[in-house]
Each structure stands twice: as structure tokens, then as C-alpha cells.
Design a protein around this ligand. Structure first.
Ligand code: SF4
Ligand code: SF4
Length: 127
């Protein structure tokens, strides 16, 4: 994350300082799916998949983002912020392949995956 008007950030309203992205494990068991669905009950929480990896997104601005969308602790910002640079960021492209906004979105994806795996197993057994 940058939040300073560094090269490439000039026109951006500090998107990367307006939510928090955390990598999570893909839910496998029913309990894990239920837990993640429960997290998706909260309006500030989303989950997405990018390049097969799963992430939880918490919407909400960083406490150090000032009213001009600049980082007020720029010189002392964490390494994670220093590493997040354009053009590898949300301002320059979609950060996800699949986005889950509600528990229902996640359940539909899980059901679809189950059907896909079942079809694959069936096709294999016919060989
Ligand atoms: S999202 Fe990208 S362009 Fe916007 S401030 Fe962050 S690093 Fe800069
Ligand atoms: S510390 Fe600064 S660069 Fe990092 S998320 Fe907060 S406002 Fe953005």
C-alpha cells in the first residue's frame, strides 16, 4: 500500500488503504464452510479467490489515512504498505477471480465445485 502520491498513485483515492486483505485457508470441511458463511453475514466482510488462493477482505479505512487520502505516517508505514505498489494493485486491475459477498454466494460456489468434482470422478470411472 502506498497512499502517498507516488508515481502511479496520483489519480487513485487510496483504494489499498480502504480495506484490509488477509489470506485465509480454503474452507474444506462443513464446519469451515459454515464458519466462513457466518463471517459473510457481516456487511464489512467479503471473501475472494485470486489465482486459487483465498482471501478475506475487511472493508474500512486505515486509521492513518488522512482526509486528503494520504498516509499520515508515510515515512514510518509498515513494510506491507511499502511492498504494495502500482501497477500490481486494485487501482490497475481486478484483484479477484471470484468474489463472495454473501453466505449464499459461497454456498453456490461450494455446491458447484461438488458437482464438478462428481462429474470428474464419474468420467474417470468410465475410462
Ligand atoms: S491502490 Fe495502487 S494506485 Fe492506489 S494508492 Fe494503492 S498502490 Fe497506489
Ligand atoms: S499505514 Fe499508511 S500506507 Fe499503510 S494502509 Fe495505512 S494509510 Fe495506507
Amino acid at each position: 500500500m502506498s497512499a502517498k502520491k507516488v508515481k502511479g498513485c496520483e489519480a487513485c483515492p487510496a483504494l489499498c488503504c480502504s480495506d484490509l486483505e488477509d489470506d485465509i485457508l480454503r474452507p474444506v470441511t462443513k464446519e469451515e464452510v459454515d464458519n466462513l458463511k457466518w463471517e459473510l453475514h457481516f456487511e464489512n466482510t467479503k471473501v475472494f479467490i485470486r489465482s486459487r488462493r483465498w482471501y478475506q477482505l475487511t472493508l474500512g479505512k486505515c486509521m492513518y489515512l488522512d482526509k486528503n487520502n494520504l498516509c499520515s505516517i508515510y515515512e514510518d508505514r509498515p513494510q506491507t504498505c511499502r511492498d504494495h505498489m502500482p501497477p500490481e494493485c486494485e487501482f490497475y486491475g481486478k484483484i479477484y477471480d471470484v468474489m463472495f459477498e454473501t453466505p449464499d454466494d459461497l454456498q453456490k460456489f461450494i455446491d458447484k465445485e461438488k458437482r464438478r468434482k462428481k462429474r470428474k470422478r464419474k468420467a474417470k470411472s468410465k475410462k
